[in-house]
Design a protein around this ligand. Structure first.
Ligand SMILES: [Zn+2]
Length: 298
């Protein structure tokens, strides 16, 4: 019996094989590695290596903080770490060559915004924006203005788990999140879906995220990205980076801008596959219970 369950579980969780015979790039574009020193940097890179992840967006909440260094800070740490990392600095992207395949790291910022008619807050992740974008975090929370700033800085704009809203007065109590109502989902479809580069479905916050993800799959007219959204406040959770993600066809680039625009095109064209493995409830509870209120964004 147990063997059967294990077999079924391996079927559910396996990574889909692509018909494409070219090399493929596995990417986790919405995850929180919580890199804040050399040890957490080393561990993140070893997890990327182990989980065969070629592209990491190092997403921080707001503009980052002492627990979560943003991309620019991580890049300095990489250069200063004295660990002999073989890196290529392409401004908004850094390539790392120590692990047998190229690992590409870029930045990401997650913040909330408000949309008229939606009582809860929507999370937006901005990937690979030009330096200086973070100055504008926290200043503007209206959706239209927020994505205009993100576009000004070249970022790829993702509406994160768009039907799971942060709402301190919502019925989910402790978790402060809830599902968007049918009326709110209609507004999100009309106002948000057409203006972002993509939406994502994520592996965390299992209580409502399974239903939310299913609704997004049904109602988003394009292909949603898939990400771990792991909040790596400890090493156990950091191991989840890349256990959900996207698989892109291999592509060359010689600058950060070229990387971003090719990635944006693949996203726009739906030229990727996804795989999803929900974070176990215990790991999820630990990650939430040990978070400070300022980490409330998912
Ligand atoms: Zn997140």
């Amino acid at each position: 019996m147990r063997g059967n369950l294990k077999y079924i579980s391996s079927l559910v969780h396996r990574t889909p094989k692509s018909k494409n015979t070219k090399p493929l790039l596995k990417a986790d574009l919405h995850t929180h590695p919580y890199i804040n020193d050399v040890a957490s940097l080393d561990h993140t890179l070893s997890v990327l290596h182990k989980n065969n992840i070629s592209i990491l967006a190092n997403v921080v909440h707001g503009s980052g903080n002492q627990k979560e260094f943003d991309f620019w800070h991580v890049k300095e740490l990489l250069k200063d770490s004295m660990r002999g990392y073989e890196i290529e600095d392409l401004d908004t992207v850094v390539n790392i060559y120590n692990f047998g395949f190229k690992i590409v790291i870029t930045g990401g910022y997650e913040d909330y915004c408000e949309v008229e008619g939606v009582k809860g807050r929507l999370d937006i992740v901005v990937i690979s924006s030009e330096k200086g974008f973070k100055k504008h975090m926290h200043k503007e929370n209206r959706f239209q203005e927020k994505i205009k700033i993100a576009r000004d800085y070249g970022g790829i704009v993702v509406s994160a788990h768009p039907y799971a809203l942060w709402d301190p007065y919502g019925p989910m109590g402790f978790f402060k999140f809830r599902l968007a109502s049918p009326e709110e989902r209609k507004i999100i479809r009309q106002v948000v879906f057409q203006q972002v580069n993509c939406v994502d479905i994520v592996a965390t916050n299992v209580a409502w995220m399974v239903i939310s993800n299913d609704l997004v799959r049904e109602e988003y007219p394009y292909s949603p990205l898939c990400s771990s959204n792991a909040h790596s406040i400890n090493r156990t959770i950091r191991n989840e980076i890349g256990k959900s993600g996207c698989i892109f066809p291999d592509f060359d680039f010689s600058s950060g801008v070229e990387f971003r625009e090719k990635l944006r095109d693949h996203i726009k064209d739906g030229n990727f596959e996804t795989y999803l493995k929900y974070l176990g409830p215990l790991k999820f509870i630990r990650s939430i219970a040990l978070s400070k209120p300022s980490d409330a964004l998912a």
